[in-house]
Design a protein around this ligand. Structure first.
Ligand code: ZN
Length: 166
């Protein structure tokens, strides 16, 4: 994550601390970002992003990100931190590094856009009009999108044929 921040997001203001960890995610949910008050790790009552799948590859299955109403994000004096969770499946060496990089960079775009971060919110919705991939492309990370899409097709094929169970 630090590498990606330095390489692609060096201009983004780190308005609050970001942590990253592995976690248990759903079959088609590879990463998420949520904003929590410091010291709270359960994530209850916070904004959370779940996932993000290119619609061309996957039919809607309730896998899209959800956000709570803006009202819950009123800036308070309580220190906050963003927590990015990456599926533990990505700890496997068989998953290409670029796929992991894509997933982390995707969440960092949400952070930059002010979703689940203390940054000013730049858009109404986290995935409006493909803003995440536009952001990545603009930051010179288009190759990560291609690598992710390529991998996702293979992964999806494995899931559908029962060769992989998650
Ligand atoms: Zn997303």
């Amino acid at each position: 994550m630090d590498y990606l921040l330095r390489r692609y997001f060096s201009d983004v203001k780190l308005t609050n601390q970001i942590e990253i960890k592995f976690g248990r995610e759903a079959k088609y949910r590879f990463g998420s970002i949520r904003l929590v008050k410091k010291g709270i790790t359960s994530g209850q009552g916070t904004t959370s992003i779940t996932s993000y799948l290119p619609r061309l590859l996957l039919k809607a299955r309730g896998t899209r990100d959800t956000f709570e109403a803006r009202g819950t994000l009123k800036t308070s004096q309580t220190p906050q931190k963003s927590i990015i969770t990456i599926t533990s499946m990505f700890a496997k060496e068989s998953v290409p590094a670029e796929v992991v990089h894509y997933t982390i960079a995707h969440e960092l775009c949400h952070y930059a856009h002010g979703f689940s971060s203390a940054n000013r919110r730049l858009f109404k919705y986290p995935h409006h009009g493909g803003i995440v991939n536009k952001e990545l492309t603009g930051r010179g990370a288009h190759h990560l999108i291609s690598a992710f899409k390529k991998w996702l097709k293979i992964y999806r094929g494995q899931i559908l044929s029962g060769r992989v169970s998650v």
